[in-house]
Write a protein that binds this ligand. Structure first.
Ligand code: NAD
Ligand code: WQD
Length: 337
């Protein structure tokens, strides 16, 4: 039996495939490569000395999925495939809802037709919405999100809840990620954004390598200790390991929800300082106006994942920075280096 990983050629997916293979699972990856790289999977094979079955396809393609399920004995699905650029989603809502919501519907229909009812879904802290108080706890209701991206995650959560309610054969784990950063310690796989990065960590590392001139810190007048925004950054390898723990919870019918974060907020300025401390490389920055849609500060209450899954984030900020830099400096232009 194998685990099907949708979006397994992407950032979090590729790191999770490494951990699955190293734990002895067979893995089948389906990825459209709209934001992933086959080279990532070749490197996963190099790290693990194991083979990944790769199917180049789109989860909206029902016929492709039916063939996949007919060809491979799949015991569970880890569903990463989706578009994730928050700003882009504001300008392209139809594309985001079609890919993220409709894509998940097609996937679930193909799963049900094949008799596969176990799913781990990549959700996001963004589903708590703009008004939620910190730290975010799983018992809080979903709130109003400011982007179609965030709404697509909330919609998929609701679809999966309704399906579990309707059919007790289904078992679904919703994993609400906070801010994943870092790279595999081998330096072989990491985050490889196309174009100018939207997110803080790849922006810092591309300034450090000289691909970008300086970091703009969006806002220094927030009601936080140093005026810059605070987020809960976690190492992508810890996040990947969270998926292995979540799979163990798939024996219970129904839906469960877990925050995957460290439980601690870190400011943008602290991130810059931690990077310089860990790498010895300077990161020129300037303060710029606030970015539309940013919240001042949020972090996870990470107790439930520890209590029920036996998972907690083990890797500290220094390790996140050192691993990011190892990946970035060995691959200055990402997988195209
Ligand atoms: P990523 O873009 O690196 O990986 C997503 C992968 O899915 C890519 O390889 C892409 O080619 C593939 N894909 C997209 N649409 C597809 C489709 N219709 N069919 C097949 N493949 C498709 O992103 P990531 O950072 O690894 O994120 C993985 C998941 O986690 C996404 O669902 C994302 O929304 C979610 N998430 C990410 C973060 C984050 O900060 N990175 C935070 C919370 C949640
Ligand atoms: C972090 C902080 C920025 C870039 C996003 C999504 C979220 C989740 C993770 C998918 C903020 C500041 C950033 C820069 C900066 N993704 N910043 N200069 O916005 O917390 O979360 O990614 O689910 O849904 O919204 O992450 O890395 O973009 O920003 O000052 O060049 O860094 O203002 O305070 P964010 P981020």
């Amino acid at each position: 039996m194998a685990i099907l990983v949708t979006g397994g050629a992407g950032y979090i997916g590729s790191h999770t495939v490494v951990e699955l293979l190293q734990a002895g699972h067979e893995v089948v990856v389906v990825d459209s490569l709209c934001n992933g790289s086959e080279e990532a999977l070749r490197r996963v094979e190099k790290i693990t000395s194991r083979q990944v079955v790769f199917i180049h396809g789109d989860i909206r393609d029902r016929a492709m999925l039916d063939t996949l399920f007919a060809t491979h004995a799949i015991e569970a699905v880890i569903h990463f495939a989706g578009l994730k650029a928050v700003g882009e989603s504001v300008g392209q809502p139809l594309r985001y809802y079609e890919n993220n919501v409709y894509g998940t519907l097609v996937l679930c229909q193909a799963m049900a037709a094949a008799g596969v009812y176990r799913l781990v879904f990549s959700s996001s802290a963004t589903v708590y919405g703009e008004e939620a108080s910190v730290p975010y706890v799983e018992s809080m209701p979903r709130g109003t999100t400011s982007s179609p991206y965030g709404t697509s995650k909330a919609m998929v959560e609701k679809v999966l809840e309704d399906q579990c309610q309707a059919d007790p054969r289904w078992s679904v784990v919703l994993l609400r990620y906070f801010n994943p950063i870092g790279a595999h310690p081998s330096g072989l796989i990491g985050e490889d954004p196309q174009g100018i990065p939207n997110n803080l960590m790849p922006y810092i590392s591309q300034v450090a390598i000289g691909r970008l001139p300086e970091l703009s810190i969006y806002g220094n007048d927030y009601p936080t200790a140093d005026g810059t925004c605070e987020r809960d950054y976690l190492h992508v390898v810890d996040l990947a390991l969270g998926h292995l723990k979540a799979m163990q919870a798939l024996s219970t019918p129904g839906v469960s929800r877990y925050n995957l974060g460290t439980g601690k907020g870190v400011s943008v300025l602290e991130m810059v300082r931690a990077f310089i401390r860990a790498t010895g490389v300077e990161v020129p920055y300037r303060f710029a106006p606030r970015r539309t849609g940013d919240l001042a500060a949020f972090w996870a209450d990470a107790d439930m994942a520890e209590r029920e899954l036996g998972w907690r984030a083990e890797r500290g900020l220094g390790e996140m920075m050192a691993d990011t830099w190892r990946w970035q400096s060995a691959n200055p232009a990402g997988y195209h280096s």
